[in-house]
Ligand binder design. Structure first.
Ligand SMILES: Cc1ncc(COP(=O)(O)O)c(C=O)c1O
Length: 368
């Protein structure tokens, strides 16, 4: 007899569900959670106040166009607000883009250790995900271009990439764009761009402004510390903004999120403090972990990818850390089974992780 149970669309059952960073450790210890690249500084107090004030009006639907937030973003970056689309996290925008541009038989290209949502969003739209090999954990523009076919509708690039922390300079991003056919949309995912302090880096604004087939996505979940609110935005060519506005939910961003997002953008001092914290502790963590004898991929984000040798592997390190209340991120799902990803935390947390790793490697270290 034919299977009468409801069947999802082809591709859906090929999706391995996204597993978020863990947040609990055994034994009821208060965890040091460095598994989701959240800011150790918390949200701006001004964003929290705006969120609380918005709680007085929970009976009202939000402004479906998120006008105040789009205008605030436009002011901050000198953009056309009509070309900004807000979403329930940048995850939603990635999904909407795939939903709108990828169909059965179409392909999306991304790099080998690229952010997992590109594969998930492509499969859920019935498309075929195509991963291009990286070089030294960095996106390889030639390898990506070699995999572009007439069926390639999207090319995703997280710059900097999660979980590797590496980036490609703007001239390489331009070369990637130049090699694409006009019908292929380049999606530049700049979730960590606020942390980047490199002269050769550009988040994507220039390419979006000057081409018809580039979109840049951003998030309030990382440096702005609003991950719980689910808020992201995309800067798009006018035609792409029009498409996303047709497929998104009419109220896809909540009123408290809009209010908190506007206040967070205005609190520039909070963002600067977060950048300064990262500028200090990213190099410190990198150097200290290397001193223990572990390899660290050079990162420009707020996290580092730590490589473990086979005799002291990532699973054992993870268990050792968890027993001490420390949660880093396993990244086997990214094709990196011998690595853990560590978010840069508070000074105290960073020191505790380094000490625990040193102990794990049998190299208890002096305090520094
Ligand atoms: C590269 C990258 N893009 C997008 C996201 C999703 O962020 P959001 O919280 O805005 O959905 C993340 C979150 O980890 C990320 O690392």
């Amino acid at each position: 007899m034919a299977n009468r149970a409801p069947q999802p669309q082809p591709g859906i059952l090929d999706i391995s569900p996204y597993i978020p960073g863990e947040s609990e450790v055994p034994g009821g210890l208060k965890p040091i959670k460095l598994s989701s690249n959240e800011t150790p500084l918390g949200p701006s107090p001004k964003a929290v106040a705006a969120y609380k004030a918005a709680a007085e009006h929970l009976d009202r639907y939000p402004d479906g166009a998120a006008t105040a937030l789009r205008n605030a973003i436009a002011r901050q970056y000198g953009l056309d607000p009509e070309r900004i689309v807000c979403g329930c996290g940048s995850d939603e925008l990635i999904n909407l883009i795939a939903h709108a541009y990828v169909g059965p038989g179409d392909e999306s290209v991304y790099s080998e250790h690229g952010f997992l949502m590109y594969r998930i969003a492509t499969l859920s739209s019935g498309g075929k995900p195509v991963a291009a090999p990286e070089r030294a954990y960095r996106a390889d523009v030639d390898a990506m271009l070699e995999r572009v076919t007439p069926r390639t509708k999207l090319v995703f690039l997280a710059n900097p990439n999660n979980p590797t922390g590496t980036y490609i300079p703007h001239d390489e991003v331009r070369r990637l764009h130049k090699g694409l056919p006009a019908h292929t949309l380049l999606v530049l995912d700049a979730a960590y761009s606020e942390y980047v302090r490199r002269n050769d880096y550009e988040a994507g604004l220039e390419l979006v402004a000057t081409t018809e087939n580039t979109v840049m996505t951003r998030t309030f979940s990382k440096i702005y510390g609003l991950a719980a609110l689910r808020l992201g935005w995309a800067y798009c060519p006018a035609a792409v903004a029009d498409v996303l506005n047709r497929v998104r939910g009419p109220f896809n961003v909540s009123a408290p999120a809009i209010a908190a997002g506007v206040a967070a953008l205005e609190d520039k001092a909070h963002v600067e403090t977060a950048v300064a914290h990262n500028e200090k502790w990213l190099p410190w963590v990198t150097a200290e972990v290397e001193k223990i004898g572990l390899e660290v991929t050079p990162s420009i984000g707020n996290f580092v990818l730590i490589h473990f040798p086979s005799e002291k592997n990532a699973a054992a390190a993870d268990a050792h850390l968890k027993a001490r209340g420390i949660i880093l991120r396993r990244v086997a799902a990214y094709g990196l089974p011998s690595c853990l990803r560590m978010t840069i935390g508070t000074e105290d947390d960073n020191r505790k992780v380094v000490a625990a790793l040193a102990q794990f490697m049998g190299r208890p270290k002096e305090r520094s």
